[in-house]
Ligand binder design. Structure first.
Ligand code: ADP
Ligand code: MG
Length: 155
C-alpha cells in the first residue's frame, strides 16, 4: 500500500494538514458509500487536533472536542455535495456492537457522509469501507509523525 508521510512540528501544522485533506475531499465527488477515514495511533498523537483542522476545511464552524463521553457527533456540511460530517471516537468502545447500535452501518453506507473515526482499529472487524487510514505517532513533545494511507479499493 502507498502512503504519504508528514512530520508536524506543532498543533497548527497538524490542523493545517487536516484542513487541506478536507478541502481535497470536498472537491471529489461522492462515490459508493460514505467517505470514511480511520485514525489510529498513540493517545495524544494528534487525532483530535487533526480533525479540528479537518472540520474547518469542511467549512464547519463548531468546535471539535475530544468526545470524552460522547462516542459520536454529527455536523452539517453546507455548500457541498456532502451533507454530514460524523466524528466518531472508539476509545471507550469495548465491543464493535456498541457502535452498530448507533446506526453505524447506515452512516457508512450513505455517500453524502464524511466519517472520521478515531481509534478505528477498535472496530476493525466491522469497518471494511475505509478509504483513508491515518496513523499518528509521537516523536517528541511537539513533533508528530503522520502517515496517510490510501486504500486501493473504493478510492
Ligand atoms: P489524540 O486525539 O490522538 O489523543 P489530541 O489531538 O487530543 O490527540 O492531543 C494531541 C496533544 O498533543 C494536544 O495537547 C496538542 O496540543 C499536543 N501537540 C503537540 N504537538 C503537536 C503536533 N505536532 N500535532 C498535534 N498535536 C500536538
Ligand atoms: Mg482524540
Amino acid at each position: 500500500m502507498r502512503f504519504k508521510k508528514y512530520l508536524t512540528k506543532n498543533p497548527s501544522e497538524t490542523k493545517k494538514l487536516g484542513k487541506s485533506l478536507a478541502q481535497k475531499i470536498l472537491e471529489s465527488s461522492p462515490k459508493k458509500g460514505a467517505f470514511v477515514l480511520g485514525l489510529e495511533g498513540d493517545l495524544g498523537g494528534g487525532k483530535t487536533t487533526f480533525l479540528q483542522g479537518f472540520a474547518k476545511g469542511l467549512g464547519i464552524k463548531q468546535k471539535i472536542l475530544s468526545p470524552t463521553f460522547i462516542i459520536m457527533r454529527k455536523f452539517l456540511i453546507s455548500n457541498s455535495k456532502f451533507l454530514n460530517f460524523y466524528h466518531i471516537d472508539c476509545y471507550r468502545i469495548k465491543k464493535p456492537r456498541e457502535i452498530l447500535n448507533l446506526g453505524f452501518k447506515e452512516i457508512i453506507t450513505d455517500p453524502q457522509n464524511v466519517v472520521a473515526i478515531e481509534w478505528a482499529n477498535r472496530i476493525r472487524k466491522i469497518l471494511s469501507q475505509g478509504r483513508l487510514l491515518i496513523s499518528f505517532e509521537l516523536v517528541d513533545k511537539n513533533t508528530r509523525k503522520i502517515k496517510i494511507w490510501k486504500r486501493k479499493k473504493n478510492v
